[in-house]
Design a protein around this ligand. Sequence first.
Ligand SMILES: NC(=O)c1ccc[n+]([C@@H]2O[C@H](COP(=O)([O-])OP(=O)(O)OC[C@H]3O[C@@H](n4cnc5c(N)ncnc54)[C@H](O)[C@@H]3O)[C@@H](O)[C@H]2O)c1
Length: 254
Amino acid sequence: MNVSGHAAIVTGGASGMGAETARALTAAGASVTVMDVQQEKLLQIAGQIGCLAVTCDVTSSASAETAVAQAKDAHGAARVLVNCAGVAPAKRIVGRNGPMPLEDFKRVIDINLVGTFNLMRLVAADLYAEPALDETGERGVIVNTASVAAYEGQIGQAAYSASKGGIVALTIQAARDLSAKGIRVVTIAPGFIATPMLLGMPEEVQQSLAQQAPFPQRFGRPDEYSKLVLHIIDNQMINGEVIRLDGAARMQAR
Ligand SMILES: NC(=O)c1ccc[n+]([C@@H]2O[C@H](COP(=O)([O-])OP(=O)(O)OC[C@H]3O[C@@H](n4cnc5c(N)ncnc54)[C@H](O)[C@@H]3O)[C@@H](O)[C@H]2O)c1
């Protein structure tokens, strides 16, 4: 689909890949709503881009319902959803202080996996009530963000890997579920992308991670992610697939 003139929602839009994707979608002519829990940063980014900011905690059904309704009031039903909200805390299954607190595991699953599903279900439901965009029957596109940790989780990534593996598994299933109404579901599994999530790690960890990509031997850039999002939206044959964006990197255990 051509995104120009259509509404789009980007979660995790206050930072990193979400903010960059909101910028790219706006430049492509979409009416974008960015959603995030970081209210101040969200307003700042939205002001820079010239898009709508709506505070939203993706783990809450009430918060997401209100936020999606606000976005719809402003721009109409979103034809594009990009799920970028996520967290990546590191903790071993059994650490110095004993087993990982169950709440820590649940929190990551809740934000990364449940949050992705939460927005997906609401945006898809709105699209069911919208007319098709053209004679192919296409109504919209949902892009989720997994991680290469879904396949090769490093030490300390139990919760993160499990949450991203859930997003990978959901991709073909959701594409099948929503195919009746012409809604595509595609997931990007990034490797190491230079965003606040990654740049917050110690320098030596960053060095070691960057060297794990055979070529190019550097971190990816947020705009390399947003370019792929725009291509997925444009290319109707991409559906039910998980695309790695990683410079051929395969993560080591640590
Ligand atoms: N940076 C990388 O190397 C990398 C690699 C693989 C996957 N990813 C994934 O890409 C996505 C974007 O990450 P990023 O690197 O841009 O990170 P980031 O930390 O820059 O952005 C993530 C955003 O999600 C928001 N967020 C967290 N919890 C939320 C909640 N409950 N409700 C709404 N928003 C919430 C944060 O406030 C933040 O603005 C994440 O899902 C991340 O797991 C990142």
